[in-house]
Design a protein around this ligand. Structure first.
Ligand SMILES: [Zn+2]
Length: 142
């Protein structure tokens, strides 16, 4: 007797999140980056820098950062490495909280412009050693 064929497709491998301490992805809500505010002097950093480079404080409060910012600068990159397909785009994003974020940009090369508005999203930044996608924060055109 022939076995009944499986109708359901095999479960996709779990996506591996990179930097879960820096990126929050709440269910049914947009993702946000976690800024860390020094409880002593109020300096806000992303990622967390401990001790605080301004006052050597060691206690921090997590502050959700704005999801939109201005693209300060970027590069289209054509040289990859294992697990990283080319071309890809990296840039610096200035958030209203006066924090500059370094991140990969989601989109096509030759389409970004400095000073344009971008917003936080998530996406595949590379593959791990097993060939599974690693998802983390990225920015895309707002
Ligand atoms: Zn401080």
């Amino acid at each position: 007797m022939a076995e009944k064929k499986k109708v359901k497709k095999e479960k996709e491998p779990d996506i591996t999140f990179y930097h879960p301490d820096l990126l929050a992805v709440p269910e049914n809500e947009p993702p946000y980056l976690k800024g860390y505010k020094c409880k002593k002097c109020g300096q806000l950093d992303f990622p967390k820098v401990a001790p605080c480079p301004n006052c050597w404080g060691e206690e921090f409060e997590m502050v959700p950062l704005s999801r939109k910012g201005i693209l300060y600068s970027f590069s289209d990159l054509y040289i990859g490495q294992p697990g990283l397909e080319t071309p890809y785009i990296c840039g610096y994003i200035d958030l209203p909280e006066n924090v500059r974020i370094f991140a990969m940009l989601k989109g096509e090369v030759n389409t970004f412009k400095c000073d344009e508005e971008v917003e936080l999203t998530t996406g595949q930044i590379r593959m791990n050693a097993d060939g599974l996608p690693i998802t983390s924060y990225m920015f895309q055109k707002a």
